[in-house]
Design a protein around this ligand. Sequence first.
Ligand SMILES: Cc1cc2nc3c(=O)[nH]c(=O)nc-3n(C[C@H](O)[C@H](O)[C@H](O)COP(=O)(O)OP(=O)(O)OC[C@H]3O[C@@H](n4cnc5c(N)ncnc54)[C@H](O)[C@@H]3O)c2cc1C
Ligand code: FES
Length: 284
Amino acid sequence: MYKILRRKQLNDTVVRLDVEAPFIAKKAKAGQFIILRIDERGERMPLTIADTNAEEGSVSIIFQIVGQTTMLLSQMKEGDFLLDFVGPLGAATEFGDIKKACVIGGGVGNAIAYPSAKALFNMGVDVDVIAGFRSKDIVILEDEYKEVCNRLFITTDDGTYGEKGFVTNKLQDLIDAGNNYDLVIAIGPIPMMKFVSKVTEPYNIKTLVSLNPIMIDGTGMCGGCRVTVGGEIKFACVDGPDFDGHQVDYDELMKRNSTYREFEAHDRENCRMYKAADEMGGAK
Ligand SMILES: Cc1cc2nc3c(=O)[nH]c(=O)nc-3n(C[C@H](O)[C@H](O)[C@H](O)COP(=O)(O)OP(=O)(O)OC[C@H]3O[C@@H](n4cnc5c(N)ncnc54)[C@H](O)[C@@H]3O)c2cc1C
Ligand code: FES
């Protein structure tokens, strides 16, 4: 059993939990993830290791409430226990020998991008971060990013905070201004990763994206997380989740991720937590 040490609400739908898991805290590297189960009837849910504290023996996860399991997890409190918390899973991000990087996060994807920015900064790399959100009220990790990058640019789609526009506009501006990035890391919604990769392709800038296909076992056995990269079949849980952004078949990934949408909507409709939240005026 894995004890929840701290719980923090980062915005209306995003929660951070610090979980006691000393082995994972010692071994985890940027890019890796865990799979958890709340209880014996629970779904297996992959979440990225957002941060670790090896001294305390804790692992931080940051998640957005999108369905039944994330809703149930968001209702857990300090001192509660998770049944399973397995990791570190997946391949650690291979940054290569680089001098200047741009790390780009979109929405809750910033929770997944943050450990890469931190690892690169600690390696002595000159790190720019572009953190994009729909609007001011959902901005997360601003203070944390400031500690692990040379320059932080926040963009909002509606212009309520930072610069108005998409992360791709800001990236193009930075490239046009003469920033010679050896590496761009883009993590967020699939269309965002696709379009960031389109911006960097003409400049031959190495671009890594973190893919989020449906995962079940997380050990390369079930085939659920199959993605096509450079015309080859890969399993995101063991070959990734990071891949060359210029080689990913994004359209296939989007199609596969929507396979269970009807079941998820049904689950959501029947989830008692959602009903309770709706009666209180919306899922918080
Ligand atoms: C390697 C990896 C790392 C991830 N890291 C994070 C993270 O740090 N923070 C975060 O908020 N989310 C992360 N996700 C997505 C997260 O796993 C899903 O949001 C979660 O499983 C949704 O479960 P649910 O029951 O609440 O929603 P559901 O209603 O079941 O599903 C909502 C959506 O979540 C996705 N999803 C559902 N089940 C799975 C599954 N078993 N595997 C992958 N995706 C699923 C699908 O896109 C689905 O349409 C990650 C996914 C992967 C594959
Ligand atoms: S989750 Fe089963 S093969 Fe990747």
